[in-house]
Design a protein. Structure first.
Length: 98
């Protein structure tokens, strides 16, 4: 199981979601914001979503949020290790200075 903690750019709601590694690396992952109900694309390995920023993969089939955020100059923090997810209060609630 993988997890993401993110802040919705539409309504500014901070949220955490879980999804399988299988879906992230081999399928499509969408998460729904609990604040505004918008769907956010996390990974598209099947090329279902056409985007000008999908040039990183073959036929747009290798897009993921980590690559997109890094390309946009955003801060991405990946945590590795079996069953490890380390969170600070700022990770969960967001920094007041962000």
């Amino acid at each position: 199981t993988l997890a993401i903690i993110y802040t919705c750019k539409v309504c500014n709601t901070r949220s955490a979601k879980q999804f399988t590694e299988q879906a992230y690396y081999n399928g499509v992952v969408l998460v729904r914001c609990p604040g505004c109900q918008n769907l956010h694309l996390i990974a598209d390995r099947l090329g279902w979503f056409d985007d000008d920023d999908t040039d990183d993969g073959v036929d747009g089939k290798d897009w993921d949020i980590e690559k997109a955020l890094k390309k946009a100059g955003e801060n991405v923090k990946a945590v590795t290790g079996e069953d490890v997810l380390e969170l600070t209060l700022d990770d969960v609630m967001g920094s007041k200075n962000s």
